[in-house]
Ligand binder design. Structure first.
Ligand code: GUN
Length: 288
């Protein structure tokens, strides 16, 4: 292995420390406690793990966490009523509705019911538009975390070739916008891209966000490239056990990359750290 390992876990801990310090000043000097409401509909096990973790880290940073767990058969009307109530609650500065939602709900309608100023996920259509036009917005947490790791590793990203593998609304598209904002030359590659390996091999920065375990191998990676692995996939590890892997085959990619994020301990911890940072941002904007 030749690549440096990008320690997202340690970086996320630093971000959380800075957030907690900011929260302490808001509370001590202005009597304001930022509040984050997390809404979980149904019992998806992975979502339950994320929500528990978000709740714990929100409280550890000195903020108020409001958890709303609704049964899977909740009507969209009832969920929209809860969102309206949270929009109007001055103690709530950030609202996150955990995705995916049950099939009977339209997630676009639900997400767009959240007040854009409280949309700490950055998924509301207003925030998507603001990000796309380079204006001040709420920035989606996972791409923001990736950008912070890239800036920390590389300094200026200007002029670098960046390939984002995956075109989701949650990661791929906002990631591409952020890299463009930092003056990268950006390509979004996806399942229909012709000769995707060759496209990826042209990247100084490769962000993999496709949700396919260990798809990216060293043949896809330009020597010295910085590889950011957003994937979190659980695979069979034999003997009845499972293990977490990314979208990149870590050992293979690490042979040629200059730097790479591990899974776990890379991008994952950055997502929640950025959620906490976005909540403080929303609170500060709400309070002038
Ligand atoms: N499900 C998976 N990732 C996310 C995320 O970043 N935000 C929300 N709301 N749901 C998710």
């Amino acid at each position: 292995m030749s690549a440096d390992i990008i320690d997202g876990k340690a970086f996320a801990a630093e971000v959380r420390t800075r957030v907690a310090e900011h929260v302490r000043r808001l509370t001590d000097e202005h009597g304001i406690v930022p509040g984050l409401a997390v809404v979980l509909v149904g019992e998806d096990p992975a979502s339950q793990v994320y929500v528990r973790s978000k709740n714990k880290q929100t409280v550890e940073a000195g903020m108020n966490s409001y958890e709303h767990k609704l049964p899977a058969d909740t009507s969209e009307t009832d969920l929209l009523a809860l969102i309206r109530q949270l929009n109007e609650d001055p103690a709530v500065h950030g609202i996150l509705v955990q995705l995916p939602l049950p099939d009977h709900m339209n997630s676009d309608i639900v997400i767009n019911a959240i007040s854009p100023a409280k949309d700490v996920d950055g998924f509301h259509i207003s925030n998507v538009g603001l990000l796309g036009t380079g204006q001040k917005s709420m920035v989606p947490c996972t791409p923001l975390g990736c950008l912070m790791l890239l800036r920390d590793r590389l300094g200026s990203l200007s002029g670098l070739n960046a390939v984002v593998l995956g075109r989701s609304n949650i990661v791929g598209k906002p990631m591409a916008q952020l890299l463009l904002g930092d003056s990268c030359t950006v390509t979004i590659a996806h399942s229909r891209t012709k000769d995707v390996e060759a496209v990826c091999r042209g990247a100084d920065i490769l962000v993999a966000a496709v949700g396919r375990p260990q798809m990216v191998t060293k043949d896809w990676v330009k020597p010295g490239a910085t590889v950011i692995d957003v994937g979190i996939n659980r695979i069979d590890a034999g003997e009845g056990k499972t293990r977490l892997v990314g979208d990149c085959d870590f050992d293979s990619c690490a042979e040629v990359a200059g730097a790479i994020t591990p899974v776990p301990g890379g991008v994952g911890p950055m997502t929640i750290a950025c959620l906490l940072a976005n909540t403080v941002t929303a609170c500060c904007r709400a309070n002038g």
